[in-house]
Design a protein around this ligand. Sequence first.
Ligand SMILES: *[C@@H]1O[C@H](CO)[C@@H](O)[C@H](O)[C@H]1NC(C)=O
Length: 282
Amino acid sequence: MASLSCIPLLLFVSLLMCSLVACNFNQHFDITWGDGRAKILNNGELLTLSLDKASGSGFQSKNEYLFGKIDMQLKLVPGNSAGTVTAYYLSSQGPTHDEIDFEFLGNLSGDPYILHTNVFSQGKGNREQQFYLWFDPTADFHTYSILWNPQRIIFSVDGTPIREFKNSESIGVSYPKDQPMRIYSSLWNADDWATRGGLVKTDWTHAPFTASYRNFNANACVWSSGASSCSSSSNDNAWLQEELDSTSQERLQWVQKNYMIYNYCTDLKRFPQGLPPECSAA
Ligand SMILES: *[C@@H]1O[C@H](CO)[C@@H](O)[C@H](O)[C@H]1NC(C)=O
């Protein structure tokens, strides 16, 4: 924690502006690809990505963050979204990058999306967990959150934790804590693998496919010129110590019991030499 030097006033002001009203997309994000297929609308309150046969589209945050509690509301591609993937993730750069992923794998109308998650540290991933959702993620906006602090990463959906990845450095597992990350999102065609393992192809007669974003909110430490600045208010910074309370633990168990469809930590076929060490850490 010694590495977090705080520039109080500056950041306090910007956090406050974002927590009273949702952060503005114009202020916080750049559209990075898609040649007009990504749009910021309603004075920065709404962002849409689209995909057609020629291209997908994407955006990224202007800021880099080292730890944060980041919320975004997404409404996924409705109808026949088979073959499409909407990725929403944090990532640093380079061959030993860190990454915290949400990916939404589309499906035929009425068939469930898969929410795919992964955590990379020092360039190493292979930590997939996949879930069905307990609602239709295309009917309305829902909040997808990443809590990333020095002790743990918690993925949540509408405030319900679905996955926790703990810092297991004490047993030799690297943990994302030194490389600042940006927020990225993109919508693209992945019909070679996404839906039923690539069996169901994208139906381009339904294009363009569109996903929408709103109510971005970040309580985070912003990285700039080699230092991370957090808010000076201990109230705003409670997330830096946050852990799951017993109610949240129960919710997590509920999701894992009823909605988890893949867990690398139980995939003995994949890891015949033994499961990754973090899997046995309580
Ligand atoms: C799509 O629906 C099928 C059938 O219900 C299901 O097996 C699969 O997990 C669903 N999701 C994806 C992304 O393939």
